[in-house]
Design a protein around this ligand. Structure first.
Ligand SMILES: C[S@@+](CC[C@H](N)C(=O)[O-])C[C@H]1O[C@@H](n2cnc3c(N)ncnc32)[C@H](O)[C@@H]1O
Length: 245
């Protein structure tokens, strides 16, 4: 049974390679809007290592921040699905198109098919970053029972303070029904939120402070004023990973 300490131990083993291959703090690292945070990309890589997956499958690519960096880290096939992939993104993510790994299709239909046919005998890790919320869970529930699915990461699973907020209910539902680990884990944030430093500065510059900072940074803003932490217990996006009980 995988536990939080297994994940954190794997993180200590995975970080040197992540810095070498992805290095989110270098000036070459490209940050795209609506993309996941670097500490979250790291968490995806840690989970792929820990569950020793043969393939990574992503639903919701947009500009490819998450999938392109997971692929930089791990030399495994990375399959991506999006309802619409813009032409300029096709150029940017040429590798995936050249290798037939990107599909402009609805994940609800295509991911279960891929797992049933081509990837039936493989160990697969899945990340859902579109559809969102309960729809993401609907997609996860279609495949979490498959023996060939080792984990599913669901983005935007942050924890608000308000217990009536649907995000709160969503997160609790995941925790009550599956084995879970979330990237807002205090020990993980303390140790690895520095990976988001470049992104954090970008958000400060754009003045988008609505609860999206890694949450060890949200007590005080850059100008020393106090952040209003009544909205969120965790930082904005957050991936919750689920795997079978
Ligand atoms: C927030 S963006 C993904 C960002 C990306 N993971 C990154 O890190 O850059 C969400 C994407 O999910 C896609 N999406 C929503 N529902 C989908 C579905 N049923 N199947 C495939 N893609 C979907 C949207 O078209 C959108 O491009």
């Amino acid at each position: 049974m995988i536990s939080k300490s297994d994940i954190l131990f794997q993180a200590t083993k995975s970080i040197p390679k992540f810095i070498e291959k992805v290095n989110p703090l270098s000036s070459d690292f490209e940050i795209t809007n609506r993309g996941v945070w670097s500490s979250e990309i790291f968490a995806l890589c840690v989970m792929c290592d820990l569950f020793d997956v043969d393939d990574y499958i992503e639903s919701g690519l947009y500009k490819g921040q998450s999938i392109s960096n997971v692929r930089k880290y791990k030399s495994i096939p990375c399959y991506g699905f999006d309802l619409k992939i813009k032409d300029n993104i096709k150029t940017r993510l040429k590798y995936f198109f050249d290798h037939g790994l990107f599909f402009e299709q609805d994940s609800f239909i295509e991911i279960p098919e891929l797992l049933k046919d081509d990837l039936d005998q493989e160990k697969n890790g899945i990340f859902i970053d579109g559809p969102k919320g309960w729809d993401a869970l609907k997609l996860a529930e279609k495949v979490i029972g498959n023996n060939n699915v080792k984990f599913i990461g669901i983005h935007d699973s942050y924890l608000p303070v308000d217990m009536n907020d649907t995000h709160y209910k969503f997160r609790k539902h995941l925790e009550d029904n599956f084995n879970t680990w979330s990237t807002d884990d205090t020990d993980f944030v303390r140790k690895y939120s520095y990976l988001d430093n470049a992104r954090w500065l970008e958000y400060l510059e754009e003045d988008q402070l609505g609860g999206i900072l890694p949450y060890n940074k949200i007590k005080f803003l850059h100008d020393g004023s106090k952040y209003d932490g009544r909205l969120l217990k965790s930082y904005g996006p957050t991936i919750t990973f689920i795997w079978r009980k």
